[in-house]
Design a protein around this ligand. Structure first.
Ligand SMILES: Nc1ncnc2c1ncn2[C@@H]1O[C@H](COP(=O)(O)OP(=O)(O)O)[C@@H](O)[C@H]1O
Ligand SMILES: O=C(COP(=O)(O)O)[C@@H](O)CO
Length: 585
């Protein structure tokens, strides 16, 4: 239970503010997250990590000498936005290029990927790496689908120590990839976590049982077993990881391994040590030499009662990177060489150099009167979207919690509120429909983060591009925009119909709209027909098994429950129909 909070929606921002105030010697806040407060050598590669809040010390607590140069910090259990990642990377980089490293989650992959594209286009060499250490989240042959959990630390530490040693970006990336390929984690849980403001945990485990194969976002485990003794828990963790050795490790005997026994949030340190006692014995029996083991909370999930074990199979070149000194708020090792506090100039960018507010600082292109009239309708539609998302936020969170992380309502609410506010400011400045929707798109993606934030940004941007600022948009233009939105979502998210995502509501909606418009129906009537199709299609996702995203490892659990993103899309297009019916567009 998270007991101390003010406004749950502000929890992540307020926690970050307090964290930075407590660790001023080591970190400083920049828009989007934190960077080192200490100077970085010019030309050094910057390792920028990040992810959602709720996992402390991941990710902000791992920023400091010998560890990350910056962390982009998202909302609770939601990836930071591309804009946040970009801002943190600009502030952290010092001329040697940037490695963006994060756990392999859909939202992180989308947003860090977009930020990387933007940095590269600006001339900052940039690479990305998604950590995939969780053996329970996909089979060994599909390791690229695995989630990133406590093995994040092994990969981040390797990359950062390589950067600190002055290696160029290509070498830092190679070593970080090698570390990822040789890191495996597995966990168990006794109870789920409760998000700030929520009145129930994201999952529960019956008394006397434990969940096996946990995630770090309150995803339920993949199986249940009786609660073991500490020694039996150690046996399960060790045997599972020894069962799946990485390529290049034929047998555990004679190997050297970094070890992380990680508490997920409410397992006490003494309990961890009792378990570690047996972990160490079993590894020794198997002939594994442990190197600098870590026992403590390294990647948490609020107050979740759980434990995970990570083995980082070392090589001669990885071991010195694992044992290298570091000084971060939540991770200290050895003694780092003293360095001066960072001057804005040593980070390559002034810390205040945030991306300008797109609405306040971008010239609003001239728009025709018919397009400004359409912009008023678009704003009314954004208002209707905000209202319907607010009214259904709890329900969307509950649907998402069945097999996902329960944050869909929170993210959609943040995004829709920001989009409506940005649209209002754009209209006040005389924007046409296209520009208004572009501003709303950027605001949604930036404020919401997460998978749906990136995808709703794509939807609104595609619509804005189709409507433009000069013509009076007709039903055909709107339908073309919706088709482009569906194409854009599938291109970015790589989901197809049948994967149990929002695509399963968006594509039928786009097709039905296009058919009705092609048949001569006026926009409001065509939209009505299409919204009905989207509703039916969203309901029908209850019968699908997820093949992508957070829910995929829990496919069976999600059977019988519709996809949260498909449901929110159907609710939204129904609400927009109300706004269109009242307009002359
Ligand atoms: N690759 C994808 N393509 C399209 N939609 C996706 C994809 N992955 C997930 N989604 C949609 O995103 C929804 C979850 O959104 P959100 O709560 O923001 O996710 P997360 O917390 O996983 O980032 C899912 O219900 C699904 O509809
Ligand atoms: O939840 C996280 C990011 O994944 P999403 O797919 O955006 O939910 C985050 O906590 C781990 O980085």
């Amino acid at each position: 239970m998270t007991r101390l909070f003010n406004n749950p929606a502000a929890f992540a921002d307020e926690a970050l503010e307090g964290f930075a105030a407590a660790h001023r010697r080591l970190v400083r806040c920049v828009p989007g997250g934190v960077v080192r407060a200490t100077a970085t050598a010019p030309g050094q590669v910057a390792v920028v990590v990040g992810g959602g809040s709720g996992h402390y010390p991941a990710f902000s607590g791992l920023v400091g000498q010998g560890l990350a140069h910056g962390a982009a910090v998202g909302n609770v259990f939601a990836s930071p936005s591309a804009q946040q990642v970009h801002q943190v990377a600009r502030a952290a980089q010092s001329g040697g290029g940037v490695l963006l490293a994060f756990g392999n989650y859909a939202g992180d992959v989308l947003h860090f990927g977009q930020a990387a594209e933007r940095l590269t286009a600006e001339g900052v060499p940039c690479a990305t790496l998604a950590v995939t250490d969780d053996v329970s989240s996909a089979a060994a042959g599909e390791s690229q689908k695995r989630r990133g959990v406590a093995g994040d630390l092994a990969v981040f530490k390797t990359a950062a120590a390589a950067a600190e040693a002055g290696l160029p970006l290509a070498e830092v990336v190679r070593l970080a990839r090698l570390a990822n390929a040789r890191t495996r984690s597995f966990g168990i849980a006794f109870s789920g976590c409760t998000l700030p403001g929520a009145d129930a945990p994201l999952f529960t485990v019956p008394a006397g049982r434990m969940a096996v194969g946990l995630g770090i976002h309150g995803e339920p485990g993949l199986a249940e077993r009786p609660v073991p003794s500490a020694d039996e828990a150690a046996e399960l963790l060790v045997s599972t990881l020894l069962h799946e050795l990485p390529e290049g490790v034929e047998s555990p005997r004679g190997q050297r391994a970094g070890v992380i026994l990680n508490g997920l949030g409410s397992v006490r340190y003494e309990e961890l040590f009792v378990v570690y006692r047996q972990v160490a014995r079993l590894l020794a029996e198997a002939g594994v030499e442990t190197v600098d083991p870590e026992v403590g909370e390294l990647v948490t999930s609020f107050d979740m009662a759980g434990v995970s074990l990570t083995l980082f199979w070392l090589t001669d070149e990885l071991e010195p990177l694992w044992t290298a000194p570091a000084d971060a708020p939540a991770y200290r090792k050895g003694t780092v060489a003293p360095v001066a506090a960072a001057e804005p100039s040593t980070t390559g960018e002034a810390p205040e150099a945030a991306d300008p507010d797109p609405v306040e600082n971008t010239a609003v292109p001239e728009a025709s009167e018919p397009s400004r009239a359409a912009a008023r309708t678009a704003l009314a539609a954004l208002g209707a979207i905000e209202a319907t998302v607010r009214a259904h936020a709890d329900e969307l969170g509950r649907i998402d919690a069945v097999a996902g992380d329960g944050d869909h309502g929170i993210g959609m609410r943040r995004g829709s509120e920001a989009a409506h506010a940005a649209g209002r400011r754009a209209l006040e400045r005389g924007a046409g429909a296209g520009t208004l929707l572009h501003h709303a798109a950027d605001a949604w993606a930036d404020r919401a983060g997460g998978t749906s934030g990136a995808l709703w940004g794509v939807i609104l941007r595609a619509l804005g591009t189709a409507l433009g600022d000069t013509e009076r948009p007709d039903a055909h233009a709107v339908s073309v925009g919706v088709d482009a939105a569906a194409d854009g979502v599938m291109r970015l998210g790589k989901a197809e119909t049948g994967d149990k995502t929002m695509v399963d509501a968006l594509v039928p909606f786009a097709d039905a709209l296009s058919d009705a418009v092609g048949g001569g129906a006026p926009l409001a009537a065509a939209w009505d027909t299409a919204a009905t199709a989207a509703d039916a299609a969203a309901e029908a996702t209850a019968g699908l098994l997820p093949r992508l995203g957070r829910a995929r490892p829990h496919a069976e659990k999600s059977l019988g429950t519709p996809d949260a993103g498909a449901v929110s899309l159907a609710l939204i297009v129904r609400a927009v129909h109300g706004a269109l019916s009242g307009s002359t567009a």
